[in-house]
Design a protein around this ligand. Structure first.
Ligand code: TA6
Length: 304
């Protein structure tokens, strides 16, 4: 049985009036959630969350109007799952940037309506010959999401092998903002960061992060909550996390967004990536039989 046959999934996991499985853009399987608290949509390829907003709130997650959808295509926006490495592969330049988790199908393993009105979903990555060739380890990967007034995501890696395994990973979340030039990110003050726009130089953050050009940074040893203050939308997005020691902050700005080709006109102005990660020196080694959990919780606070 095809684990992603939409009608089979809908019969097995759909919840009337709350969770529906359907064909999305380019025939990609999508699950849409609408409960008493929030709405969300998730592509089964990549277990890629594409939208989330608590009711009566503007969209919190940004999805490019020019995102490409199709088998093996990385979707621009939402929450790409970067795993089992972050950025380019250390030795194999032909392997995909940010790993393969975001471009392969995942299977649905659970859907539950919770008592507090939120919806919990679980997905498991499906390995194939190509991914085995790039990653010859026995490390099943699952992603759990809870859709409510908060969005929670937990990326769980088990090491079933006999040797330790080292992974890099990120929930590469694109947040929707009113105007990148007017927001400020708090929570990274004093952290050292690798500045990827300046030959990887190591620098130290002083004060909040603000934006006036291309920004691509890996903040090391950063575990505090990050806050995206957005006066234009009169809101603050709070990012809490566990099991993540790095925070990646990215905005491509005009020229790079144009070169990437899937941002839409001036799309870069309305987004910022704040990624809960284990990257660069913060990669994680999982002992045989061990489990690593990367957990995030996003909430929206009013600034009125
Ligand atoms: O997380 C920031 C980053 O690694 C940037 O360097 C930038 O290239 C971005 O991710 C997007 O990568 P992608 O492969 O999705 O085009």
């Amino acid at each position: 049985m095809d684990p992603n046959d939409i009608s089979v999934l809908d019969k097995r996991f759909g919840i009337a009036g709350e969770v529906v499985f359907k064909e999305g853009p380019s025939g990609l399987g999508v699950v849409e959630i609408s409960n008493g608290l929030a709405m969300a949509s998730i592509a089964l390829q990549g277990a890629h969350l594409m939208s989330w907003a608590p009711h009566r709130e503007e969209l919190v997650i940004w999805l490019s109007p020019k995102a490409k959808f199709g088998p093996g295509e990385a979707i621009r926006g939402g929450v790409p799952v970067c795993w089992p490495w972050f950025g380019p592969h250390r030795s194999e330049s032909a392997f995909p940037a940010h790993g393969f988790a975001r471009t392969v199908p995942w299977e649905v393993i659970e859907v539950q309506a919770l008592e507090d009105g939120s919806t919990r979903l679980g997905f498991r990555l499906i390995q194939n010959d190509e991914t085995h060739a790039q990653w010859p380890h026995s490390t099943p990967l699952a992603l759990y999401m809870t859709i409510g007034t908060a969005l929670e995501m937990e990326l769980v890696t088990h090491n079933l092998g006999l040797a330790p395994v080292t992974i890099g990973e990120a929930l590469h979340t694109y947040f929707q903002v009113s105007d990148i030039r007017r927001i400020a990110i708090h929570g990274l003050k004093g952290c050292l960061y690798i500045d990827k726009t300046d030959d990887g130089r190591l620098k130290q953050q002083s004060g909040p992060v603000t934006f006036d050009g291309e920004t691509d940074r890996i903040y090391l040893e950063s575990t505090a909550d990050c806050l995206i203050d957005d006066p234009g939308l009169s809101r603050r997005i709070r990012i809490a996390k566990r099991g993540s020691r790095s925070t990646v902050v990215w905005n491509p700005w005009a020229e790079r967004a144009e070169a990437l080709g899937d941002f839409g006109e001036n799309g870069y102005l309305g987004m910022v990536c704040v990624e809960s990660a284990n990257a660069a020196d913060d990669v994680v080694t999982i002992a045989p039989g061990g489990t690593h959990r990367l957990w995030v919780r996003y909430t929206v606070e009013s600034m009125r």
